[in-house]
Ligand binder design. Structure first.
Ligand code: 3PG
Ligand code: MG
Length: 391
């Protein structure tokens, strides 16, 4: 099935000349706090990704007002999360676009309060969702407006659905998913769905140790989630090919790790250990043999989905595995998709982001999209819009 089926697109909107359009964007971007405490946008990827849609609407003659959340303020105004730095950047990139104050300054946003929805849409003729990164949240500004206004997915939103939906449908094979990150609990649901879609599941990062333990290996003092051991065991027995690390870059007992700026940061000796980790040793990166194997699998893939770092890459001693895999993804002849804040930062740091076929603007949203096989609240809400294509 076409992943975009039933979703209204920009061309499904009525004539917009002289009309007011509310655009939900996800300008939840990292901020940099300067010497005098002035905040600026540290990474404008999510802003630039929305520009084609904003310009398209302007070209149609619409008056465009964008609205976003920023950070996680507690449902009340908070000067740390005001939109000013984002607004300044937006004015440079696309003059003439309005931007409301942080949606999460009102408790009605997260609560999906119908009264807040009515306040949001007052005076608007149409709604566009260009906030794929927040499409997994059933918040007022995401699921409310399409119940009342002619609505459409923004160009980027639609592209995200097309690409991620394509992975679920009919990806060029072999399809390899590389999943890392610290916590296995966060990724088990997505791994279970991926196991039914991919040819090979490559698992690294802190989460790999619960899988290794499920195979009976000693993991020393590495991250280990006993509560999810059984689920890892079941996944290992599910029939899909799962590649786990065979060697580990580990830190000696009593050592510390972290970014160089962190006062507690890098101390202690580091060793590559094959197989079982001795008591007290903490595995913090995949070893060189594992990295080479993972890279080889990625190089031979028809499709690669990468989410999550393979080690504690903020500490340079444990960045090697993530770097090697990032390079393999960037150079893979296959169709390559990367989602998730950390994997994207790793690609950016290595200057490889533009070597990947598709970098999702969504971290949590891209995983949820796969987990729910495309049924995110924001996507389904658009399908219910009054102007959605039927049949
Ligand atoms: C994100 O950055 O993942 C999205 O903007 C959603 O933000 P949230 O996790 O605070 O809902
Ligand atoms: Mg490629």
């Amino acid at each position: 099935m076409d992943p975009l089926r039933g979703i209204p697109l920009l061309e499904d909107l009525p004539d917009l000349d002289g009309k007011r359009v509310l655009v939900r964007v996800d300008f939840n971007v990292p901020l940099h706090i300067g010497v005098r405490g002035k905040a600026t946008v540290a990474d404008d990827f999510r802003i630039t990704a929305a520009l084609p849609t904003l310009r398209w609407l302007q070209d149609e003659g619409a008056e465009v007002v964008a609205a976003s959340h920023l950070g996680r303020p507690p449902g009340a105004p908070d000067p740390r999360w005001e939109m000013d730095p984002v607004r300044e950047r937006l004015q440079v990139l696309c003059p003439g676009i309005g931007l409301t104050e942080n949606l999460r300054f009102d408790p009605g946003e997260k609560a999906n309060d119908p009264a807040f929805v009515q306040r949001l849409i007052r005076g608007f003729d149409a709604y566009v969702d260009e906030a794929f990164g927040a499409a997994h949240r059933a918040h007022a500004s995401i699921v409310g407006p399409p119940q009342f206004l002619p609505s459409a997915a923004g160009l980027r939103f639609a592209k995200e659905v097309e690409v991620l939906g394509g992975l679920l449908e009919n990806p060029p094979r072999p399809f390899v998913a590389v999943v890392g990150g610290a916590k296995v609990a966060d990724k088990l649901d997505v791994l279970k769905v991926l196991a039914t879609k991919v040819d090979t599941l490559v698992v690294g990062g802190g989460m790999a140790f619960t899988f290794l333990a499920a195979r009976g290996q000693h993991v020393g003092s590495s991250l280990f989630d006993e509560a999810h051991l059984q689920e890892c065991r079941e996944l290992l027995g599910s029939g899909v090919q799962i590649l786990l690390p065979t060697d580990t870059r580990a830190l000696e007992p009593g050592g510390t790790f972290g970014p160089p700026s962190d006062g507690h940061g890098p101390r202690g000796s580091v060793k590559v250990i094959e197989g079982d980790l001795p008591d007290g040793w903490t595995g913090l990166d995949i070893g060189p043999d594992t990295a080479a194997t993972f890279a080889e699998v990625v190089a031979g893939a028809g499709t690669v989905l990468w989410n999550g770092p393979l080690g504690a890459f903020e500490d340079r001693r444990f960045a090697g595995g993530t770097r090697i895999v990032a390079e393999a993804v960037a150079h893979s002849p296959g169709f390559t998709v990367v989602g998730g804040g950390d994997s994207v930062s790793a690609l950016d740091e290595l200057g490889l982001a533009d070597k990947v076929d598709f970098v999702s603007t969504g971290g949590g949203a891209s995983l949820s999209f796969i987990e729910t096989e495309g049924h995110l609240p924001g996507v389904d809400a658009l399908r219910q819009a009054p102007n959605a294509p039927r049949g």
